[in-house]
Design a protein around this ligand. Structure first.
Ligand SMILES: [Mn+2]
Length: 249
């Protein structure tokens, strides 16, 4: 079967628990990870190590998220210009987006390991299109931006859009995602993304939200374990039958 998970944000233990819950079997299943592996949770480095390993397997498909992109930009500056300049230029990641702890953890990595991480991040795709049964399914971190060659002059623009743009989530609340799909991904039957925390409550917990053929699978896992946020969960969606799996408190 085919599973997707998004916005794990440094919650390595929750992620491995989720793999056990869905009975993920690398010989049988496909796994799509929709980005944002780091920040907020305390296990960003462990999460990165694990996802980099998983990504070597043919049945695991890893996408870039905006946090992964912010981390990449910061690590590139760090390797060229050192810690002081990196902290100066990457304030948005470090101080506004929970990157501080992640950056600290990564500073203990060897230069070779950081090089490997940077190379891996640079090559992460920002959109997958797959055919499952009769359905054309598009998977992105936040927005179905057009895929272009890395050498294309507008590559950074599309990449930024794919990991930051919230149009689908915001329009979705007013149930008008259809015209957006018509405009941005006319060939897509089902669009799956994360990035924006779902506001759908079910059994008093956050659930995957569905509007038309759009699914937002970010149920706020970044806030797992944080005081006052006991309704958040890590979600997984099984693409063949849209079965939902949840892990929370
Ligand atoms: Mn995000």
């Amino acid at each position: 079967m085919t599973y997707c998970i998004s916005d794990i944000h440094g919650h390595f233990d929750a992620f491995t628990k989720m793999l056990r819950m869905i009975e993920y079997d690398s010989k049988r299943d496909e796994l799509y990870l929709l980005g944002d592996y780091v920040d907020w949770g305390s296990q960003s480095a462990e999460m990165l190590e694990y996802v980099m390993e998983l990504d070597k397997e043919e049945n695991v498909h890893v996408l870039l998220g905006n946090h992964d992109l912010m981390m990449l930009e910061c690590l590139e500056i760090y390797m060229e210009e050192g810690e002081h300049t990196a902290k100066l230029y990457c304030r948005n990641w470090i101080y506004n987006n929970g990157g501080n702890a992640t950056f600290k953890q990564l500073l203990s990595w060897s230069e070779e390991r950081l090089d490997e991480l940077i190379r891996w991040l640079r090559n992460l795709p920002y959109r997958y299109d797959i055919i499952l049964g009769e359905e054309h399914i598009t998977l992105v971190h936040s927005f179905p931006a057009k895929v272009v060659e890395r050498t294309h002059p507008n590559y950074p623009y599309y990449q930024e859009q794919a990991v930051w743009n919230r149009d689908f989530a915001e329009y979705g609340y007013y149930d008008c995602s259809e015209p957006l799909m018509e405009k941005y991904c006319p060939d897509t039957d089902v669009l799956v993304f994360g990035h924006t925390i779902s506001e759908e409550m079910r059994d008093d917990h956050l659930s995957i939200w569905k509007r038309g053929n759009c699914y937002d699978i970010d149920c706020g896992a970044k806030l797992l374990g944080m005081r006052g946020y006991d309704k958040v969960r890590l979600a997984s969606l099984r693409l063949e039958d849209k079965k939902e799996y949840y892990l929370g408190e």
